[in-house]
Write a protein that binds this ligand. Structure first.
Ligand code: NA7
Length: 541
């Protein structure tokens, strides 16, 4: 490539979301020169891009934040149980200012490629302006759900109205007043947006391919005493989250759903439903391993949908028939209630598929729907998608995409590194547990491990780190073996890649528990980075 070196640093980090900001803070505090490249013009990552109406986090705010700084935890006060996008974005901006991170973030900078130069033993990180940065370490903090999926539906270019993807929402407010709006997709994003847009739009048509098991979030403002007590309890909270199975302080009930009588189980489900949030998922420990238990949970939620939705035909279309939890659990605020409004129409696109988009709306096999606006809440090419968007090449010019055969045979060691790509680290990479863990807590663990590793390399005069092939084969095998004992692998979701046409099916999340994962990563480090090749340049050349 004809490109100029504009800088040489110890590390280039991709993305200024939760991962990139903390990675920068950690590396800088250890004295490593670091540049964060961020495509947007501000910090926030997923919370910078996802500005659709109703966007909020579905992990409780007092848990969904950094824990590395007690002072930071005490300074910041969340207003409600489930924080809205704008509040999380304010928090991340506060963090960036509080730790003076902006000076080392290069905004409006998209990394197009990163090639490992085997002569210089450096990463050449190519930017969208044609220039490049040289770095010893290349660290991705680009999230697992950042490569938007806009389905290839014939005719989109002809549509005369505006269209949007929830993950690339305009920064200015989109006004739906008096508009006929169509929304495709009923995952977390669609389910959050639908009740909000329904209140504003003249008409909202929901194009549903697969219904969802969604649980009421039961969001509410926090009261002052609760916040004070939580802050006073910071150290215990931090430890319980960092040593937990899911990065939250909740204990999982250790019992099978089949051990309780029907009445008792109903009472347990009712209580969790009333409590809202992820309490439902924690009611029994075998909802995702035992099909009978799973069906009990599924039928409970279906019964709730039938109670809430007044039109029985619509209610039936909204009732999922696949196994509960094999798609990511969704939390909602008055989602099913929205279908009782006169201006909301549900179209089942499995029954009558979308044929094309026309100049004036969406044509299904049965009917044409006149629309002024179309929203794609169609999700993401998860896990591998963001990495494959960048031309990442390791030894012998091999791309990550080639090595992983387009995602059919992903191999990593600890979900953090991969053989053939020295000094590359992935925060929340495939085969790490992070997407099923409270993300900021998972990110802190990854970031601290990577920073300690880099520090160790400097201390021991080591230039390159790369996993042994056998170590990564064993890790990938271990990940798959655990996944295969669960029902997750049977579902069609972004977890398995089934949501993307033509994507090879594979389950790329470590399910052995965040606590075990953390302990294992720690032991690897304690054992002088067991499973890794640690190389000195003088012994290479
Ligand atoms: P999700 O959860 O992947 O949901 C995407 C939705 O879009 C889902 O209902 C899909 O149906 C639907 N979809 C995707 N492609 C199409 C086409 N071609 N036609 C019709 N419908 C389609 O993405 P979200 O953005 O909602 O949530 C992502 C994550 O963000 C979520 O898991 C949380 O972690 C937060 P399908 O189910 O594939 O049949």
């Amino acid at each position: 490539m004809n490109s100029q070196t504009i800088k040489e640093v110890d590390a280039v980090v991709l993305g200024a979301g939760f991962a990139g900001l903390y990675m920068l803070h950690q590396l800088r505090s250890k004295g490593f020169s670091t540049i964060v490249c961020e495509a947007g013009d501000g910090v926030g990552g997923v919370w910078y891009w996802n500005r659709y109406p109703g966007a909020r986090c579905d992990i409780e705010s007092i848990y969904y934040n950094y824990t590395f700084s007690k002072e930071l935890y005490e300074e910041w006060t969340w207003t409600s149980r489930f924080p809205e996008q704008a509040e999380i974005l304010r928090y991340l901006n506060y963090v960036a200012d509080r730790f003076q991170l902006r000076t080392d973030i290069q905004f409006n900078t998209r990394v197009t490629a990163a090639h490992f130069d085997e002569e210089r033993h450096k990463w050449i990180v190519y930017l969208n302006d044609g220039q490049h940065i040289l770095a010893k370490y290349f660290i991705t903090g680009i999230g697992c759900l950042s490569a938007a999926n806009v389905p290839n539906i014939q005719g989109l270019q002809q549509f005369s109205g505006n269209w949007y993807h929830t993950g690339h929402w305009p920064h200015e407010k989109v006004d739906f007043t008096g508009k006929r709006v169509g929304i495709i997709g009923t995952g977390s994003s669609g389910i959050q947006a639908i009740p909000v847009i329904a209140k504003e739009a003249e008409q909202l048509t929901v194009f549903q391919r697969t219904p969802q098991y969604t649980i009421p979030a039961r969001n509410h403002p926090y009261d002052e005493n609760f916040i004070t007590e939580t802050k006073q309890n910071f150290e215990a909270l931090k430890q319980s989250m960092r040593n937990s199975i899911s990065g939250t302080p909740f204990a999982q009930n250790q019992q099978s759903a089949m051990e309780d009588s029907d009445d008792k189980r109903m009472a347990v489900f009712e209580e969790a439903w009333a409590q809202g949030g992820f309490a439902f998922a924690a009611t029994y420990d075998d909802l995702l391993t035992n099909e009978q238990s799973n069906e009990k949970a599924a039928e409970f939620i279906r019964s709730k949908i039938r109670q809430i939705v007044k039109d029985p035909v619509v209610a039936e279309k909204l009732c999922p028939k696949y196994m509960y939890g094999t798609k990511r659990q969704v939390l909602d605020s008055d989602y099913f209630e929205a279908y009782n409004r006169e201006n909301v129409v549900l179209v089942d696109v499995k029954e009558s598929p979308i044929k094309k988009i026309t100049e004036t709306g969406i044509q299904t096999t049965d009917e044409h729907y006149d629309l002024d606006r179309i929203i794609f809440a169609t999700g993401y090419d998860g896990m591998t998608g963001p990495l494959f968007k960048i031309d990442i090449r390791g030894r012998n010019g091999e791309t990550l995409k080639e090595k992983w055969e387009d995602g059919a045979s992903v191999q990593t060691y600890l979900g953090l590194t991969t053989a053939g790509f020295p000094n590359l680290f992935m925060i929340t990479g495939p085969e790490s547990p992070s997407v099923l863990v409270n993300m900021p807590i998972a990110i802190e663990q990854h970031v601290e491990w990577i920073a300690q590793c880099i520090d160790y390399l400097r201390e021991h005069d080591i230039d390159l780190v790369e996993p042994h092939k056998e170590a990564e084969e064993a890790w990938s095998k271990h990940c798959r073996e655990i996944a295969n004992t669960t029902l997750y692998v049977k579902g069609d979701s972004w977890y398995t890649g089934a949501n993307i046409e033509g994507k090879p099916r594979s389950f790329l999340i470590y399910l052995g528990g965040f606590d075990y994962y953390t302990k294992h990563c720690h032991e690897v480090a304690q054992n002088n980075y067991e499973g890794f090749k640690l190389m000195r340049l003088k012994s290479i050349s």
